[in-house]
Ligand binder design. Structure first.
Ligand code: ZN
Ligand code: ZN
Length: 258
């Protein structure tokens, strides 16, 4: 299957640096579809030119969207009221929600988005998040979008911060301001994927900071990240934002663990 991969790579290269909306963007997309036909990012099946999810119907149907019952605070699936962890150690954020469960198709999309630099997938993952947000009335009252920062070295290596790209997509849809590089990562920390739940909380402690607290003071913040696993990163960012004066923090991610 060389052709779909080549088409995908060329698409990404030509798309780089082109964002925005309007007629010119629509024409540009149509042109791209003609030259580099769309294929499902998971199974490579050819897609209709107007497909905006980059997934075929069969793969899209496999996504497990997060549905009730879930913990009213952290969004943990299959919990009624508050889950055990939120009861024993309440997190700093007000609520955390995700569009889908982190597995299969969604895990594959996020993986391609992050590690294979398929930045255009940010648009379709961002849409999933916006649709989820509509069912999440508390977070609709937020007035500033902030993204979880990457360590500078890692961002340089990857070429972009996936959370910031998602935040920009959501900001565009909701017509909401997105904070720039104001919440910052001071330390690298180890890669969270290699650590246990307890180690993850210790690993992120003290690695975030705020440059200018005035932007966050009294604000209700929608904090964006790609995946919510133990919630340690989201919790530590919330602590720092609240310390800087934020009124409350709501978390929204593409996916979360079960
Ligand atoms: Zn597919
Ligand atoms: Zn919970």
């Amino acid at each position: 299957m060389i052709f779909p991969m080549f088409s995908e790579m060329m698409r990404e290269r030509v798309c780089a640096g082109r964002a925005g909306g309007g007629l010119s963007q629509v024409l540009w997309q149509s042109f791209l579809n003609l030259i580099f036909p769309l294929h499902c990012v998971i199974c490579n099946e050819a897609l209709e030119p107007d497909n905006k999810t980059f997934l075929c119907t069969r793969c899209f149907r496999k996504i497990r969207f997060l549905r009730e019952p879930f913990c009213e605070k952290c969004g943990r699936p299959n919990s009624i009221g508050l889950c055990t962890r939120c009861k024993t150690k309440p997190p700093n954020y007000t609520t955390a929600r995700a569009a889908a469960i982190y597995e299969g198709v969604v895990r594959g999309c996020i993986h391609k988005f992050k590690y294979y630099r398929r930045a255009y997938l940010g648009e379709s993952l961002g849409r999933l998040m916006v649709e989820n947000l509509m069912e999440f009335p508390l977070a609709c009252g937020c007035d500033l979008i902030v993204s979880v920062p990457l360590y500078r070295g890692r961002e340089r290596e990857r070429g972009f911060n996936q959370a910031f790209l998602l935040a920009k997509v959501i900001g565009k849809f909701l017509n909401m301001k997105v904070s720039g590089r104001n919440l910052v990562r001071i330390g690298a920390g180890k890669a969270q994927t290699e650590l246990s739940a307890k180690e993850r909380f210790r690993n992120v402690s003290g690695i975030f900071g705020v440059k200018d607290g005035a932007e966050f003071r009294g604000r209700s913040i929608l904090l964006i990240d790609d995946v919510f696993t133990t919630g340690s990163t989201a919790d530590e960012c919330s602590r720092v934002l609240i310390e800087a004066g934020a009124g409350d923090v709501h978390i929204l991610t593409v996916a979360r663990g079960e």
